[in-house]
Design a protein around this ligand. Structure first.
Ligand SMILES: Cc1cc2nc3c(=O)[nH]c(=O)nc-3n(C[C@H](O)[C@H](O)[C@H](O)COP(=O)(O)OP(=O)(O)OC[C@H]3O[C@@H](n4cnc5c(N)ncnc54)[C@H](O)[C@@H]3O)c2cc1C
Length: 493
């Protein structure tokens, strides 16, 4: 049986000994530190859902390699129906976690690499695809968690890689032997890697001849020698470190979207886990295919799940305040729902209109235009939804006291009296719902949603590239009675 129990993951996580630092200190046990524990909890939830029949319907599907049931995050999208299920899984996870499902990037990396290694083997007679499938089979059989790193940081953007003062600024191969490769470099933003069994590394962009060392993809196990994880740290991390009770924090179990920088300092990777090494022409394909599927999910359905939680919290506050019949508040609620449904529609349509890429590979990718539009829409929609939820929540969203005051005998009475709105709802519920809004509206999610799956300009470039302006011009000419110019394509745009 390839679907493992939550306690099996927890036992593995307890055994993980990655070199992790947070707030200047070493984390000895990622399952016990209050911040890193949230990542373990989110991964655990993915195993819990798979045990539940309703969750399994969304999150379990057969492996195309073994026929055994597998967690969807360890499978390939082999039809448009699979793409729809992948989008649905993103929504399901996000609305239950309110943070990243840390197995998402690894899943999309598997798909991008599966199509590209298929082409590599076909064109260059390499053996990358077989290696990748062996690795995928291992991950499926053991139901392992896999993070994904599209490697930055990248040096100055106005220089060629070869001109950078420090060649490590993008991850690259520094040694090759008959046993494998040694890599140096770093990845700045990676979701949850320190609690994942494996991390798949991909190049961060297209590569040119002369950049062979930077055209590399591979998998590394958690805590491999040479790996250091340096965690993000912000006021929410500090608050969690100091909290007496997680219940005070808005999203008690799963917290914020936790990332870390991962440094690769002379990390050895055996050949059986190398999936690209030097073939510059194919690096860009890994990147664009990864983005193609990731924008449908991370930029689409997942953010709808986040948004639903935020709308739900705003609705609770609306009711607690007795504002159910107020037209402008209901108008704001309608606007939030409409924005989310637009993104959900784009994400779903991207799946339905998906196609096999690298014909013969058997791997399906969403429609690129619709996936990019889903992500573009969500970037702006999320800021708007945060603003509207902030309006409904009122100033309390940023002025609320600590929930600890409810346990302080000197202040409890005042808190209960004045934050209870004179309603039947206890002040603790009102403050918890407000804290949840604070987590989103005054938190990390605006910028996170903007940049996750690539900044907005990357999607705009794709839309500009994919838009069929010739067809649109023909339509306009036809309607206005303008003849077609002699040259077939007069488009200079
Ligand atoms: C919460 C969160 C979780 C993440 N998790 C993961 C993960 O698990 N795995 C993963 O691989 N990645 C992850 N990312 C990384 C994410 O994909 C990147 O942050 C994103 O691609 C933007 O890259 P950047 O942060 O380097 O920003 P930059 O690339 O520095 O972008 C900043 C601005 O500069 C512009 N810019 C950058 N380069 C150029 C150029 N050459 N020419 C013109 N303009 C340019 C951009 O368009 C943008 O406007 C995560 C990010 C966040 C915020």
């Amino acid at each position: 049986m390839a679907v493992k129990r939550p306690d099996e993951y927890l036992e593995r996580a307890k055994g993980m000994k990655p070199r992790v630092f947070i707030n200047g200190k070493r984390v000895e046990d990622i399952t016990r530190h209050p911040v890193t524990r949230t990542v373990v909890e989110a991964n655990l939830a993915s195993y819990e859902w798979a045990q539940d029949p309703a969750g399994a319907k969304v999150l379990v599907r057969p492996s195309h390699l073994s026929g055994e049931p597998c967690n969807i995050y360890n499978t390939l999208n082999r039809s448009t129906d699979d793409l729809l299920k992948r989008a649905a899984a993103g929504l399901y996870a996000a609305e239950r976690l309110g943070t990243c499902i840390y197995r998402c990037v690894g899943c999309d990396a598997f798909n991008a690499l599966a199509a590209t290694t298929y082409e590599l083997d076909r064109d260059l007679k390499t053996s990358y695809h077989g290696r990748l499938m062996d690795f995928l089979r291992h991950v499926q059989d053991e139901d392992l968690t896999v993070a994904g790193a599209m490697t930055e940081p990248r040096g100055r953007r106005d220089q060629k890689m070869q001109e950078w003062k420090d060649p490590d600024l993008s991850l690259h191969v520094v040694e090759k032997s008959d046993k494998g490769i040694v890599v140096n470099g770093a990845k700045i933003n990676i979701s949850g890697a320190y609690a994942s069994d494996w991390t798949i590394v991909m190049p961060s962009g297209a590569r040119q001849p002369g950049q062979e060392a930077y055209s590399v993809s591979f998998a590394v196990p958690n805590g491999e020698p040479g790996l250091t994880y340096i965690c993000q740290y912000n006021p929410f991390s500090a608050e969690r470190e100091m909290a007496e009770e997680a219940d005070d924090l808005g999203n008690p179990r799963f917290g914020q979207r936790e990332t870390s920088m991962v440094v690769f300092d002379h990390v050895f990777v055996p050949w059986e886990r190398v999936f690209l090494c030097g073939e510059t022409k194919y690096a860009g394909r890994v990147v664009t295919r990864f983005a193609q599927v990731h924008r449908m999910v991370c930029g689409g359905s997942c953010k709808v799940g986040f948004g639903k939680v935020l709308v739900g919290a705003a609705r609770l506050i609306q009711e607690y305040k007795g504002l159910e019949k107020v037209p402008h508040i209901n108008d704001q609620m309608t606007e939030m729902v409409t924005l989310l449904e637009t993104v959900r529609a784009c994400s779903k349509a991207a799946a339905i209109e998906g196609t096999e890429i690298a014909p013969g590979s058997g791997v399906y990718f969403p429609d690129d235009m619709l996936g990019n539009v889903a992500k573009l829409n969500v970037c702006n929609a999320f800021w708007r939804i945060m603003a509207l939820a902030g309006d409904i929540g009122g100033g309390l969203v940023v002025t609320m006291p600590s929930l600890k005051e409810l346990r302080n005998p000197e202040t409890r009475e005042y808190i209960e009296k004045y934050y209870g709105f004179g309603s039947d709802t206890p002040a603790s519920d009102i403050l918890k719902a407000t804290k949840l809004i604070q987590n989103w509206a005054a938190g990390l999610h605006g910028v996170g949603t903007w940049h996750g799956a690539g900044p907005v300009q990357a999607q705009k470039i794709m839309v500009q590239r994919l838009a069929n302006y010739d067809e649109m011009k023909d339509l306009a000419r036809q309607m206005a009675g303008i003849g077609r110019p002699k040259k077939a394509d007069d488009a200079k745009a």
